[in-house]
Design a protein around this ligand. Structure first.
Ligand code: PNS
Length: 163
């Protein structure tokens, strides 16, 4: 039984994230999407951890071997807790490489039983990030194709209530 873990902040999940989860779900017996609380990232996430989990659950409901859990520990400890032996990360442009290389090296140093595997983003999603999505939404731009539909609605509601 090979279990992979796809970690991230997912504030919110984008179509690029979803593509990686779908590809990981085809490679592993099952996949846990790990939602890091990341309270310190970019001044704090827009969506609560529960909201991010719910959005991912909704966006991945067509994938029967995918589950979603929030975590607030070291990633390698979370991987051990859920019984995952492989961390699946995405590489978009070269700009991701330095940070991802550092995290993979440190995670290996923390627990060499947990392997890190990289999946390349498809060209369509190479430029896509949660931050860009939030910026586009804040300025009223169209998000069609950039995020799952459920996220589109949630962003509209969230930004309206923040005004
Ligand atoms: O979507 P993000 O913000 O790029 O994801 C980063 C994440 C959550 C994968 C990373 O910050 C992480 O692994 N956090 C858990 C804490 C941890 O293990 N830190 C040490 C990694 S070297």
């Amino acid at each position: 039984m090979k279990r992979g873990i796809v970690p991230g902040t997912f504030d919110p999940i984008t179509s690029g994230h979803l593509d990686i989860v779908e590809r990981a779900s085809a490679l592993f017996d099952d996949v846990v999407v790990g939602v890091a609380l990341s309270p310190e990232k970019n001044g704090g996430p827009l969506f609560t951890a529960q909201e991010r989990v719910a959005l991912i659950e909704s966006a991945t409901k067509h994938l029967s071997n995918v589950s979603v859990r929030a975590f607030d520990t070291l990633l390698v400890d979370f991987a051990e807790e859920v019984g995952a032996s492989v961390i699946v990360k995405v590489l978009r442009a070269m700009t991701d490489f330095e940070r991802e290389f550092q995290m993979a090296a440190l995670n290996w140093r923390l627990d060499s039983k947990v392997e890190t595997m990289f999946i390349m983003a498809i060209p369509e999603y190479m430029y896509l990030s949660s931050s860009a999505v939030k910026e586009i939404a804040a300025h009223g731009g169209t998000l069609r194709g950039l995020v799952p539909d459920v996220v589109c609605d949630a962003l509209t509601t969230k930004l309206r209530s923040a005004r």
